[in-house]
Design a protein around this ligand. Structure first.
Ligand SMILES: NC(=O)c1ccc[n+]([C@@H]2O[C@H](COP(=O)([O-])OP(=O)(O)OC[C@H]3O[C@@H](n4cnc5c(N)ncnc54)[C@H](OP(=O)(O)O)[C@@H]3O)[C@@H](O)[C@H]2O)c1
Length: 370
C-alpha cells in the first residue's frame, strides 16, 4: 500500500487487515475534522472525502446548512468521473429520502462509487439504517460505525434532538461562591468578572437559542446576543418563557423579535407560541416546540424559578456554573427555586470540568438521568 493509499477491505465476514483499519481511522478522522467550524443546524454536521480506486483523495466537503448540498454530494461533484470505482468516506450515514435536496444514496450510486465508509448511523428516524440498506442492496461495499462516538461528540445536540425530539439543554448560572443568583433586592449584575461573562458569550455562540424566564426579562432587561470581539457567526434565537403577568413593553429584547412561549395568547413584540400548563408554561411541550423549530442546542440563562422548574421536569442535560469571587448570604436568591425537603430530592450530577476564569471558577456538569 503506497503513501496515502487505502488497503483493500476484506469482504463479508473475513477479518479486516490491521493496516486497513489504521487507514480507515485516519481517513475518518480527516472527514470528522472537516466539520469542526460548520454551523448547519438544524441539519447535522457532516464531512466527506472521495478517493479514487487507488486510494488517492480527490475531494473534501462539509455540509453547511439547510438547502445546501449534502457533504457527500458536494464531494462527489467535486471529484467527478475519477470517483468511479472509488471510495466515499462520510462521517454520517447518507440519507435515502427526499428532503430539500434529493437522496444522497442516488448521487452515490450515480457516481459509481464502489465502497462507502460511514462514521455513524444517522439517528434521524427518516434515515436510521435505510441509507446503509439501500447502498448494500445496490451491491456496494459498506462499512459503518467506524467512529460512532467521535462523530456524535462533534454534534451531540443533533444526535440528542433526533433521538428525543427536544433540544439538548444547558443551564448557565452566575453565582456567588455560596450559590446565590441575586441579592435580596433582585440585583445580580455583576456577580462574576468580565472574563467569566466573556466565556458565557462563547456558550451563547454555540447555542441555537438562549432562553430566559419572564422574571429575568423584568429584572435584567437582557439582549441575549453574542457580543464577542470579531464574532461574525449567527446570533442565537432569543426565547422568553412568559407567565401570567404582562411582559415589560419597553424591554430591549423586543428588538431581537424573540420567541415567546406563553401559557395563554398574549400580545407581545415577539412570535408567541401558546403552551399552557398547570404552573404557567408546560415546559416539556415548550422544549418540544423549540425542537420542532430546529433549535437543537439550547442555553437556559435563568432565572432561578425557570431553572428549578426545568430541573424538576428533567429537562436539563448539563450545566455551566460560574462561581464569582464573592460571598452573598442567606437573604440572596438561591441558584434554583423550588422544594428541597430532604437530601434524597437532590439531583445527582457528574462533574465534567472545573477551571478558573479570571478571578472566578467555572464548573461544568452533566445531570445524571436517575
Ligand atoms: N445569576 C444568574 O445567573 C441569574 C440569571 C438570571 C436571572 N437572575 C436573577 O434572577 C432573578 C429573576 O429570576 P426569577 O426566578 O424571578 O425569574 P425567572 O426564572 O427568570 O422567570 C420565572 C417566571 O417565568 C414565568 N413562567 C411561566 N411558566 C413557567 C414555568 N412552567 N416554570 C417557571 N416559570 C414559568 C413566570 O412568570 P410570571 O411571573 O409572569 O407568571 C415565572 O414567574 C433576578 O433577580 C435576576 O437578576 C440571575
Amino acid at each position: 500500500m503506497g503513501e496515502g493509499g487505502l488497503a483493500p477491505l476484506a469482504r463479508g465476514r473475513a477479518p479486516v487487515a490491521v493496516e486497513a483499519v489504521v487507514d480507515l481511522e485516519r481517513l475518518m478522522k480527516e472527514a470528522i475534522s472537516l466539520v469542526a467550524s460548520t454551523r448547519p443546524h438544524p441539519n447535522p454536521r457532516v464531512g466527506a472525502l472521495v478517493l479514487d480506486p487507488a486510494g488517492r483523495v480527490l475531494s473534501r466537503a462539509a455540509h453547511s446548512g439547510p438547502g445546501k448540498a449534502h457533504a457527500e454530494v458536494a464531494a462527489l461533484e467535486a471529484a467527478g468521473e475519477q470517483a468511479r470505482g472509488g471510495t466515499l468516506v462520510v462521517t454520517l450515514e447518507p440519507c435515502d429520502h427526499h428532503g430539500r435536496t434529493p437522496p444522497c444514496t442516488e448521487a452515490i450510486l450515480a457516481a459509481g462509487i464502489a465502497r462507502v465508509l460511514v462514521g455513524a448511523v444517522d439517528p434521524d428516524p427518516r434515515v436510521a439504517g435505510r441509507g446503509l440498506a439501500r447502498l448494500r442492496s445496490a451491491g456496494k461495499e459498506v462499512v459503518s460505525g467506524i467512529a460512532a462516538a467521535e462523530v456524535e461528540a462533534q454534534d451531540p445536540a443533533y444526535f440528542y434532538h433526533r433521538r428525543t425530539g427536544r433540544p439538548r439543554v444547558t443551564l448557565k448560572a452566575a453565582l456567588t461562591l455560596d450559590g446565590r443568583a441575586a441579592a435580596a433586592d433582585g440585583t445580580s449584575q455583576w456577580i462574576t468578572s468580565g472574563e467569566a461573562r466573556e466565556d458565557a458569550h462563547r456558550l451563547r455562540a454555540e447555542a441555537d437559542a438562549v432562553v430566559i424566564g419572564a422574571g429575568t426579562l423584568r429584572a435584567d432587561d437582557p439582549l441575549l446576543s453574542v457580543r464577542l470581539e470579531g464574532y461574525e457567526g449567527p446570533q442565537p434565537r432569543a426565547v422568553v418563557v412568559a407567565g401570567r403577568r404582562p411582559l415589560p413593553q419597553t424591554a430591549r429584547l423586543w428588538e431581537r423579535r424573540p420567541l415567546v412561549l406563553a401559557p395563554a395568547p398574549a400580545g407581545s413584540g415577539g412570535e408567541v407560541v401558546v403552551v399552557p400548563g398547570p404552573g404557567g408554561v408546560d415546559l416539556p411541550a415548550a422544549m418540544a416546540a423549540l425542537g420542532e423549530r430546529g433549535l437543537l442546542e439550547v442555553l437556559v440563562e435563568g432565572g432561578p424559578t425557570l431553572a428549578g422548574a426545568l430541573l424538576r421536569e428533567r429537562l436539563v442535560d448539563r450545566g455551566v456554573f460560574y462561581f464569582g469571587a464573592r460571598l452573598g448570604g442567606g437573604e440572596g436568591t438561591p441558584a434554583l427555586a423550588g422544594p428541597f425537603a430532604t437530601l434524597a430530592d437532590a439531583r445527582a450530577v457528574r462533574m465534567t470540568g472545573a477551571r478558573p476564569v479570571g478571578p472566578d471558577l467555572r464548573v461544568e456538569f452533566v445531570v445524571e438521568e436517575v
